[in-house]
Structure formats: structure tokens, C-alpha cells
Design a protein around this ligand. Structure first.
Ligand SMILES: [Zn+2]
Length: 238
């Protein structure tokens, strides 16, 4: 980063930090600290975690209300089928910090497919996301987390910038972290669009608030704009 550009970032950060706590500027070092193409958590010093929701077939009014009223940034990994049949409901949760990303076209396990098949799954799903969301997906989450070296090749061919896995899962009234510890800054939390999503999400939000953490936008940390000029992190309210 040039000296002039660095100064500009610092000046911008200082200006934003003077605002109330709703404003959070992702650390400028975040991009260089997260160089791996496959991630299951984010390296950051900010007190943030990342809420990700997969598949996309059950969207209740209560869920939409919860996400919008609390201004929760969510990274959605949606299937092509869900985009086709549920986009009208899904797009209601759009707000700054919420993005729609690639979860494959048909939810097949990547490690069971050839390179050609994996490329087709990812590139075709990109087209479906772009067709509805009007933005290009930058992240790919392989169904079930299944991947191999061809998945990396295929994802890069399709223009994907990161394969995003997770290290915390929440469902059915439980939060499970693979390491067995409690949720920590930088964790990527997996939920699914199921009937239980609203209650699972409430559980997660209460827990991260208790731990002094906030939900943030994955794009801000893993695919940040050159100079961060917007805010997408939120302070949890009651
Ligand atoms: Zn899935």
C-alpha cells in the first residue's frame, strides 16, 4: 500500500471510528492475513463473527423480520434450485453486508465428481446467482464441505476468490464448534434454511452478544474493497 493510500485509509478509519458503535471498519490488514484459498475461519483482531446460511429453501416471515430488524449481515450460500423457486422470498433479506454466494448447482459432493463436472457445477451456479442477485459470487461453499484439489482448480476457473467452509454449526437448539471451545472472533458459523433457522439464529445472536462479538460481512473481510467506505457490521440490539 502506498504511503498516500495508507494515510487515506487511516484518515477514513479515524473519521468512521468517531461515529457511534454501529460503525466498524474492518482492519486494513485483514486481506493479507487471510491469504489461503480455503478458509474455515477469518484471521482478524476485530470482535466479529460471520453468519452463513446454506441451501435457501425455507424463508419464514419471522426470519426476514429478525434479520432486517436487527440489521444482521448474512452470507447466503444458495442452491440454484432455491434461487429459481424462492428468490422472491430470499431477496427480501437483502441489506448492506448481506450477500448471495455459490453453493453449487445441484448439491452433489464435489469429491465424487470429475474436474469437468465440478467446473460445470460451480460455473453454472455462478450464472444462476448472478442472474437473480445481479452480482457475481466471490465465495464458494462445497456441499457438505466435500472438496479435493480439483475443487480448487474448478473454483478458480469460475472466478471464485475463496472456498469458504466453517468451524461452528448451529441447529436444533445447539451450537457446536469443531474444536469444542466457545465461539471466538473470526469464527464462521453455519446455519441452514430450515424451519428451525429462526430459533437457531436467535440462539447464536444471544451467544455472540454475551461474548461481546458482533456479526459482520464476510465480503468485508475476505474480499474487501480497496478502500473501505461503507459499514456493514452491526451492534446487536434487543
Ligand atoms: Zn448445502
Amino acid at each position: 500500500m502506498t504511503r498516500r493510500r495508507f494515510s487515506a485509509v487511516l484518515a477514513l478509519s479515524a473519521g468512521l471510528l468517531a461515529l457511534p458503535s454501529l460503525v466498524n471498519v474492518p482492519a486494513v490488514y485483514a486481506k493479507s492475513a487471510n491469504k489461503s484459498f480455503i478458509v474455515n475461519r477469518v484471521q482478524t483482531k476485530d470482535p466479529v463473527v460471520f453468519i452463513t446460511i446454506d441451501d435457501g429453501s425455507v424463508i419464514t416471515d419471522g426470519l426476514v423480520k429478525l434479520l432486517l430488524s436487527k440489521k444482521i449481515p448474512v452470507t447466503n450460500f444458495v442452491l440454484s434450485e432455491a434461487l429459481k423457486t424462492h428468490w422472491k422470498a430470499l431477496h427480501r433479506i437483502q441489506r448492506p453486508g448481506t450477500s448471495f454466494e455459490n453453493h453449487s448447482e445441484t448439491h452433489r459432493l464435489m469429491s465424487s465428481l470429475s474436474l469437468k463436472e465440478q467446473t460445470s457445477e460451480i460455473c453454472r451456479a455462478n450464472g444462476h446467482v448472478r442472474g437473480n442477485y445481479k452480482k457475481v459470487p466471490v465465495f464458494f461453499r462445497p456441499p457438505g464441505g466435500s472438496h479435493n484439489s480439483n475443487t480448487v482448480i474448478a473454483a478458480k476457473k469460475c472466478g471464485i476468490k475463496k472456498i469458504v467452509l466453517w468451524n461452528v454449526e448451529a441447529d436444533q437448539g445447539k451450537i457446536v464448534k469443531s474444536s469444542g471451545n466457545s465461539i471466538q472472533r473470526g469464527d464462521i458459523i453455519l446455519l441452514h434454511y430450515l424451519n428451525s433457522l429462526e430459533s437457531s439464529l436467535k440462539l447464536v445472536l444471544a451467544e455472540i452478544k454475551r461474548l461481546g462479538l458482533r456479526p459482520a460481512s464476510l465480503r468485508d473481510y475476505l474480499d474487501p474493497a480497496p478502500v473501505v467506505a461503507t459499514t456493514t457490521t452491526t451492534t446487536l440490539s434487543q
